[in-house]
Design a protein around this ligand. Structure first.
Ligand SMILES: N[C@@H](CCC(=O)N[C@@H](CS)C(=O)NCC(=O)O)C(=O)O
Length: 203
């Protein structure tokens, strides 16, 4: 199988972490795709141009980090990240959705902040900075929730990738204002799967 990624993509990192955590590195070739470039050859593989994208052994292509993680988790018949039935599963979905919402907003903020200053939209920067601060303040209060602790799960993987991405955004500091999140992030960042997929500093 081939997993198309870009080294700085937090969504691709979620899938890459799952590959490592599931011990699938020998079966999944990780390939850097050229995204956001006119006429990238990658568009022949995935017309949407987005990463992550998994090309399965039968040639079927899967887009979206959540779908790819679920597919890889079930591949060998012993899922460890699948949702349990009932209320506990619903709670995990609720948290993961809100964590993904945090990441989606930060992705917009990051994209804006990496543009030349004269091309940035102050309105978008303000809107996304405010959203990110509101959500990080919420997570600072809720980081003791049991799903953020104990056996690794999708909420933790997505949130770890979210904070790892927040760290790279210019002039967006969250660590000193969110000491509990900082401690939580330091701990998850020490996992080999996180160390191996640490994003490069943006150019
Ligand atoms: N919901 C998707 C989001 C994927 C996504 O937005 N990927 C970005 C990289 S962080 C991308 O491929 N951007 C390239 C483009 O928009 O052309 C997921 O969870 O995989």
């Amino acid at each position: 199988m081939q997993l198309y990624i870009s080294p700085g993509s937090p969504y691709a990192r979620i899938a890459r972490i799952l590959v490592i955590e599931k011990g699938l590195s020998a079966k999944v070739e990780v390939i850097s795709a050229k995204t956001r470039t006119t006429d990238s050859p990658y568009y022949q593989i995935n017309p949407s141009g987005r990463v992550p994208y998994l090309v399965c052994d039968d040639g079927l292509g899967l887009e979206d980090s959540g779908l790819i993680c679920s597919y890889l988790d079930h591949l060998e018949g012993h899922p460890s990240f699948a949702l349990v039935a009932g209320e506990a599963g619903f709670e995990a979905r609720r948290l993961e959705a809100l964590v993904r919402s945090t990441l989606d907003g930060l992705a917009v903020l990051g994209r804006e902040k990496w543009r030349p200053v004269n091309e940035q939209s102050p309105k978008i920067v303000l809107h996304e900075t405010d959203r990110a601060n509101r959500l990080l303040n919420l997570w600072e209060q809720q980081i003791n929730h049991p799903l953020f602790h104990g056996q690794l799960n999708m909420v933790q993987i997505v949130f770890g990738c979210t904070l790892g991405f927040a760290d790279l955004i210019p002039d967006f500091s969250w660590r000193s204002s969110h000491p509990k999140l900082n401690n939580w992030f330091e701990a998850i960042s020490a996992r080999p799967s996180f160390l191996e997929t640490k994003p490069p500093a943006p150019k």
